[in-house]
Write a protein that binds this ligand. Sequence first.
Ligand SMILES: CC(C)(COP(=O)(O)OP(=O)(O)OC[C@H]1O[C@@H](n2cnc3c(N)ncnc32)[C@H](O)[C@@H]1OP(=O)(O)O)[C@@H](O)C(=O)NCCC(=O)NCCS
Length: 310
Amino acid sequence: MSIEIRRAREEDRERILAISSQIWDGYDYVPNVLDEWMTCRSGELLVAVLDGTLAAFSYRTWVAPGHAWLQGIRTDSALRGRGAGRMLTEASLERSWRDGARRVGLSTYIDNQASMHIVEAFGFHRVASFVYLEGDLAARAEPAPVAETLTEDEAIRFVAQSEFLAAANGRYPSGWKFLEFGWAPEAAIAWSPYRIGIRRRGRVESALCASRRSAGADCATPRPDELDVGVLSFLDGDEEDFPALLRKASTDLGTTSWEAMVPKSGDRGARALGALRDLGLRSWSEFEEDVFAYELDRPGAGSPSERREP
Ligand SMILES: CC(C)(COP(=O)(O)OP(=O)(O)OC[C@H]1O[C@@H](n2cnc3c(N)ncnc32)[C@H](O)[C@@H]1OP(=O)(O)O)[C@@H](O)C(=O)NCCC(=O)NCCS
């Protein structure tokens, strides 16, 4: 058996879409992002060709300077277990180190046992766990405290000291991507350009950071009724402020439909978890952790403080 790993070409498109159509009952997000993945100069779409047949693909991109990100690995269901996933992962790692990565990250859902098996064999460590939530917020009519826009500096300071971030072992979420906040706070906070908070006596007491995803964004295939979804990256502070913050965010972003990654590890969960459940968001797994962030640091890359960009 021969295996060739190479960059995807235009003529691979049909096979890539055929493989993608086997995943998640046709709800894979890859068709939405394939154009971007084929043309994006900073990212790289790799394919594995087994005995002349395109058997698998995966995408590699960056979440911050020096921090590569792997996603979207899929093998044709008829050709699994022949080493294509492993070879793609190995090639992605080698190419990441070659291109200057000091860390490579990825995330996976609890069901993806094969994926976890492969990345753990390459030395990836599980660094944080989250509960994925989605759904429509229940409408409520309580009087709203006044939420105001936060500056980037205010948001960074609040997030950095939050229990939410501590429960996430310092990893900041946006959709299915995660970045250690201390690695690049500006890059992490830029994922959620919508930032509001509630100040009392001049101090920020609660904050929400979010963005809006729309069709074609890096996400699962949106159904027509979920073309505009709020992506909640961060919610912490006084729990009583959460409904008002979410209500304002829904109004400003023009959606009541939300998805969120809320940190949880064993008994330790962010306080947003209970609040979002009470407000009507659903979990795929009984509100237990079901999404895991993995990282691998380049061997010999030094301590985190030495690894910072100059
Ligand atoms: C994950 C995936 C890409 C692996 O592709 P693959 O080409 O079959 O991978 P390989 O043949 O290189 O390796 C598979 C490894 O997983 C192991 N494996 C398979 N199913 C497993 C399971 N349920 N639990 C634990 N390990 C499992 C195999 O034993 C093999 O390990 P080994 O080489 O030590 O024996 C493939 O399963 C897939 O496309 N899954 C659906 C999409 C998906 O979930 N992608 C990941 C999103 S994060």
